[in-house]
Structure formats: structure tokens, C-alpha cells
Ligand binder design. Structure first.
Ligand SMILES: [Zn+2]
Ligand SMILES: [Zn+2]
Ligand SMILES: [Zn+2]
Length: 344
């Protein structure tokens, strides 16, 4: 029986990470009050003098950006990972363990325009960004010391994004990071136990039920996952089974751009405001072996709760016990489904 899912407190299992989330539907039973307007942010200029991501402006390392059009990629001036040659570690009694980590950090400007977002860009221009992601995954992932290429976008001041200029980051590391490692184990275990792919099976069930499906095209579907932690968390899942960005076909790259624009527009329209989020791609690792169990997908983790001014924090119980949510994923999916894919 699933009748308790909308009425009683319960835990839901995330099979992709092997973790649980506490869902408390009754805490959100007060009626939805519709869009609560945020203080409308002042419109951004097309070009912001002093912005280190704008064409022709000065960067922190003293270099001047070229007068680029469209996408522009450069090495992060404050890289968290650097191409160290040294391989070294220590392990003192299993209590003091550390390892040298090397890698590459790049910044990808989506556009020369300071005032755009993925939602406001043309699909063909987002497609150029997707091509840059695919090329970077292939080029950096081929390096001897790179085991994972993490592509992510932090959008909005509430997410700690330091600059509203539309951009993302690529952090490629000599280790497989924890989140990817968890998903790797979960997907490999699922294939070993069930003889099928976790996300292929999951997407087939969600596509039939449609309860948590937000939108889709020929190659991708957007789901509010059954185990979503963040209020309007979504997962963009490839309809075809493949793991690496190198396997993303040209028509799929176009479809990925299309679904990113449609989803981010729905987000913006939900609260009539530019919607903050952390978004990241999860392609398979690049350390050499095949990853037949890995299914390409992307996560959106937006922190907003009930309006553009009320955000969720992971504190208290969530830091000490487990993540918790009030509104159910089904209710969030319904709201995202009714949110428009065009700007009015
Ligand atoms: Zn700028
Ligand atoms: Zn699959
Ligand atoms: Zn993932």
C-alpha cells in the first residue's frame, strides 16, 4: 500500500546513493499560497565593467579576456586542483590519512552577455556549451592522471555563486570524488544483483507512472526523484543507456540543450524570479575501465522552498541524522509541470 506516502511521515530510500530521506508531508499541508514575489532584482547590464568573465575585462591573474562571442573557456585563476606531478600520501595508523590530489580546473563562460542565464539563452547557443562540455570530458578525461571530470554550475548569490555572469566550472581530479563513487557502487551492485541498469529500470517506471515526470523530449526526461531531498530537486536522465559524455550523440547533445532550457525556464517561472541552484553532470569516470552499469544523468539541486525568499537549509536534524523534506516530491513535480516553459 502506498497511501501513506502523501499523509504519514516516512523514509524514502535513494538507491543511487544508498541513503535515506525523511519525508514529512503533513508539515506542508497548509495551502500553497501561490507565487510569493521576491524583491525583484535589478536587471543586469549586458556588459559589466570590472566583471572578470565579461569580454575584454581583466582577470585576477592580470590577463585580459579576449573579445569573445559565445562560449569562452579558460583555466581557473584560483584553481582548487592543479597539475601537480608529485604522487604522495601518508597513513599514520589509519587515523591521519592524506594524499596529494592533482587535476584541472576550468571556467566556461556560457555567453559573452553578462545578463543571460541558461533559461534566457537560445537553445542553439546552449548547444555550443554542451559541445564544450563533451569536448572537455574527452580531452581532459583522456589524461593519465584524471579519473573524474565534474562539470557543475552554481547559480545565484544564495548558492554562493560569486558572479552572476552565466558560467560553469569543470573540476577534473586524479581521484573519483565521493558522490560519483557512491553512485558507481550503487549502479554496479544493482547490475550485479538484477542484471539490468538502475536508471534504465527507474526511468521506465517513472515514464509509465508520470507522477514525478516534469518534462521530456526524444533523448531526455526530467524527474523529481522519488527520493528527492531538495524541495524542487530534479534529475535529468538520458533515455538511451550510455555512461560517458563521449557517447553523447549529436542529436542527443541538441536534446540536452533543449531540456536544460525548458527546465531552467520552468524553475524561473515557478517563483517569478531567477531561480538559484547547483546543477551538475554525472557522466561515468574516465580512469580507463568500462562502466557498463553507469547511466548518464544530471542533477539540479535548488534550495528554494516556498518562495524566492524562503530557502531550505541543511541544519539540525539533517546535519546529525538525515535529510528531511516537507512537501512531497509528487507535489513538487506537479508544480513544476504546471510552470510554463516560456517567459510571459
Ligand atoms: Zn560579466
Ligand atoms: Zn541505463
Ligand atoms: Zn548522480
Amino acid at each position: 500500500m502506498t497511501d501513506f506516502l502523501q499523509t504519514l511521515s516516512h523514509r524514502r530510500f535513494n538507491p543511487l546513493r544508498g541513503e535515506w530521506v525523511l519525508v514529512s508531508p503533513h508539515r506542508a499541508q497548509r495551502p500553497w499560497r501561490g507565487q510569493v514575489e521576491a524583491a525583484t532584482p535589478a536587471p543586469l547590464p549586458v556588459h559589466e565593467p570590472g566583471c572578470y568573465l565579461c569580454p575584454g575585462e581583466l582577470r585576477a591573474n592580470g590577463e585580459r579576456n579576449p573579445l569573445f562571442e559565445g562560449v569562452y573557456v579558460f583555466d581557473n585563476d584560483f584553481a582548487a586542483l592543479r597539475p601537480e606531478n608529485r604522487v604522495d600520501e601518508f597513513n599514520d595508523d589509519g587515523l591521519f590519512v592524506a594524499r596529494v590530489e592533482s587535476g584541472v580546473c576550468r571556467v566556461v563562460c556560457f555567453s559573452s552577455r553578462h545578463d543571460l542565464t541558461l533559461s534566457r539563452m537560445e537553445t542553439r547557443d546552449i548547444r555550443r556549451v554542451v559541445d564544450v562540455w563533451r569536448n572537455a570530458y574527452v580531452e581532459i578525461g583522456a589524461r593519465e592522471n584524471i579519473r573524474y571530470v565534474q562539470i557543475f554550475e552554481n547559480r545565484g548569490a544564495t548558492m554562493g555563486a560569486s558572479n552572476p555572469h552565466p558560467h560553469c566550472q569543470i573540476w577534473a581530479s586524479s581521484s573519483i570524488p565521493d558522490e560519483a563513487a557512491k553512485e558507481d557502487r550503487a549502479q554496479a551492485d544493482f547490475l550485479a544483483r538484477r542484471g539490468s541498469c538502475l536508471l534504465c529500470d527507474y526511468l521506465a517506471r517513472e515514464s509509465a507512472a508520470r507522477e514525478r515526470l516534469v518534462c521530456e523530449n526524444d533523448a531526455f526526461a526530467v524527474i523529481v526523484p522519488f527520493w528527492a531531498v531538495w524541495p524542487f530537486e530534479t534529475t535529468v536522465i538520458a533515455k538511451r543507456h550510455f555512461g560517458g559524455l563521449n557517447e553523447l550523440a549529436n542529436d542527443e547533445a541538441g536534446a540536452f540543450a533543449d531540456i536544460l532550457k525548458r527546465l531552467t525556464t520552468r524553475y524561473d517561472n515557478l517563483f517569478s524570479a531567477p531561480f538559484p541552484y547547483t546543477m551538475g553532470l554525472h557522466p561515468s569516470p574516465t580512469d580507463g575501465p568500462a562502466y557498463p552499469h553507469w547511466h548518464f544523468h544530471a542533477h539540479f539541486y535548488p534550495p528554494l522552498l516556498r518562495s524566492a525568499t524562503v530557502r531550505k537549509f541543511m541544519v539540525g536534524y539533517e546535519m546529525l541524522a538525515s535529510p528531511q523534506r516537507d512537501m512531497t516530491p509528487e507535489a513538487a513535480a506537479e508544480m513544476l509541470r504546471t510552470s510554463s516553459e516560456t517567459f510571459g
